[in-house]
Design a protein around this ligand. Sequence first.
Ligand code: NAP
Ligand code: ZN
Length: 347
Amino acid sequence: MTTQISALLTPAPSTAFERGTITRRAVRPDDVLIKIAYAGICHSDIHNARDEWAPGMYPMVPGHEIAGIVTEIGKNVTKFKVGDRVGVGCFVDSCGQCEPCRTGEEQFCDQGAVMTYNSKDYDGEITYGGYSTHIVVKQDYVLHIPEAIAFETAAPLLCAGITTYSPLRHWKTGPGMNVAVIGMGGLGHMAVQYAHAMGAHVTIISQTRSKEDDGRHFGANDYRATSEEGTLKALRGTFDLIINTVSADINVDALLKTLKLDGTMVFVGLPENSQSFSVFSLTSQRRSLTGSNIGGIKETQEMLDFSAEHGITSQVEVISADDVDEAYERVVRSDVRYRFVIDATTI
Ligand code: NAP
Ligand code: ZN
């Protein structure tokens, strides 16, 4: 039997959030029912809820950083039991057959993974995300949250954590590497911690000096502010790897030039507008410009276990459902230290 649950929804693009109800499907044999405890606010929620990428599906219930407790399991569920602390990230299903799915990179599913919200499930139902009290998810798309990670800080790992961990691993971050993290918001503060834990020399490139103490506390060896004249010029030829987390337009050429010979710049930030660059910025030092999209389920569990082992977690500000509109404004102003997390009991 389907259930009606409470959710925080936005009825149209760029419209204030309101409380409402949505329907969750009945628990199928492979499903778990999760009582949501916390839901992180990712900048992608803002891009989606404001139709900055594409026309959205309304009413929209965002939220793809979910931490909760299993309250019911389907009869074929073997991976979870009632009472487990679990997480759900950016997608809740994928075809399971294609090469990316078979190799644990479901985020690149040939048929298109079913995203946690603002997406159509394979049965045609629109998906609703974590700004709600409960969610029903197939067990294969649910993660175990290690006991060592405080519950309210765990939710952001499900997107901000894996989105930065995955490219750092893919481009083999380790000792002897110079890594730059551009933008220290939700994603950026996780990238700094992971790159540091993997043994790299880490430089934060932020707009201002205001986050320097925090950045060094997260493990950065160096901190630069683009508001200061000549910052990027002084860094020319420095980095092996750049993780760009900026949600807005950037000067791609100036950043590419801070890469060494054969260096790589990875976009994880997804600005609304197309970005441009001069091809000379690549050819002059055989540089690469690329992008990365969240991470697969297996790697997400690896990231959670790595986080627990290294004492890495998100720095969060827990808010009530009443404060989500204001939190969106603060994220857009880069005034977040470093992730807002909604207490789901207030929805
Ligand atoms: P966020 O918390 O808002 O952080 C973005 C940071 O970028 C800000 O804190 C700020 O850092 C910097 N920034 C913002 N506006 C800027 C501007 N105009 N010029 C220069 N720097 C600016 O956002 P987030 O949640 O980390 O997400 C970042 C981006 O990644 C978003 O576009 C989001 O949609 C995208 N994303 C992508 C994936 C993926 O799989 N690829 C997954 C999740 C999110 P400073 O104050 O330090 O300058
Ligand atoms: Zn996200």
